[in-house]
Write a protein of this length. Structure first.
Lengths: 141, 147
């Protein structure tokens, strides 16, 4: 069980939205983690500096919250082999799918992009189906 | 320098949003998708809050001639709903469903210093790098054939 946190989640979501609006206003970029990371794997894209700065900020924020005495819940139930396999599948999937939850699910839907609407519907359904199979048919996690 | 610092600040806001919302917690993400079990609907509020702010903010921002630190907005131009989009998204869902990590949740989770996040992100970056190499090799082969 995890605690139902509607207000914190809404506030966190609003911050994610604010970052998407600011990245567009300042840099003209979609705040999608897939697209940002795609320029940070070899061969690095020529505009890697703002990408690296965004990622550094994204990593520093939870560390800062914990450092200031706040709590960031984290529990990863998957075994190491699943994390490696899942990570590879996610990397390949989001690259060919041109985006993930942040790019398609937030920025794309906000732009009313038909491609993002289809992608979001597909990955939400696929994730729910996978969780159902793992938890209720295989009895895992 | 202002360009780099502003990207860092925007990244901080993104990471704080992910951390507060619960998106950095694989157990919470998995529970959101477990409608038939220990369902936790919190993440619907994350999507709702993020979408509302972005949809409204984009209307104002994209009405401007250009962003502050660049000559033009970089917006996706693809329109086709093709096999890579659908198959890639379906595969992403399988990986998300067995781990509880998506890219935007996993990167901030690194800041918590937990090994699971590093393992996932390492494999995910390898997957992205591999896919990029494959796509570029296919594109250059296709270009050689038509030349």
């Amino acid at each position: 069980m995890t605690q139902f946190t509607p207000l914190l989640s809404l506030a966190g979501g609003a911050l994610i939205g604010l970052s998407a609006v600011l990245l567009m206003a300042l840099h003209g970029r979609i705040a999608g983690m897939t697209g940002i990371l795609s320029g940070l794997v070899p061969p690095f894209s020529t505009d890697w500096t703002w990408r690296a700065a965004f990622v550094a900020g994204a990593i520093a924020a939870p560390a800062a919250i914990v450092g200031l005495g706040g709590a960031v819940p984290f529990d990863s139930p998957a075994p190491a082999s699943w994390l490696v396999l899942g990570g590879l599948v996610v990397g390949v999937g989001v690259y060919f799918g041109s985006g993930c939850t942040s790019g398609h699910g937030v920025c794309g839907l906000a732009r009313l992009s038909p491609r993002s609407a289809v992608a979001t519907a597909v990955f939400m359904a696929s994730t729910a189906a996978t969780v159902f199979v793992v938890r209720h048919m295989l009895g895992g996690l | 320098m202002a360009r780099i610092l502003s990207a860092l600040a925007v990244g901080l806001i993104f990471g704080a949003g992910i951390a507060l919302s619960g998106m950095a917690d694989p157990a919470k993400v998995l529970n959101f998708f477990d409608l038939a079990g220990t369902w936790d609907p919190s993440l619907a509020f994350v999507m709702g809050g993020a979408l509302a702010i972005t949809a409204i903010g984009y209307r104002f921002v994209l009405a401007r001639p250009a962003p502050l630190f660049d000559a033009a907005f970089h917006l996706p131009t693809g329109r086709r709903i093709d096999l890579p989009l659908i198959a890639g998204s379906a595969a992403f869902g399988v990986g998300w469903g067995i781990t509880g990590f998506c890219p935007g949740g996993a990167i901030p989770a690194l800041g918590l210093g937990r090994g699971e996040a590093f393992l996932f992100v390492g494999a995910m970056l390898a997957g992205i790098a591999l896919s990029r190499t494959v796509r570029q090799a296919l594109a250059s082969r296709a270009a050689a054939r038509t030349a």
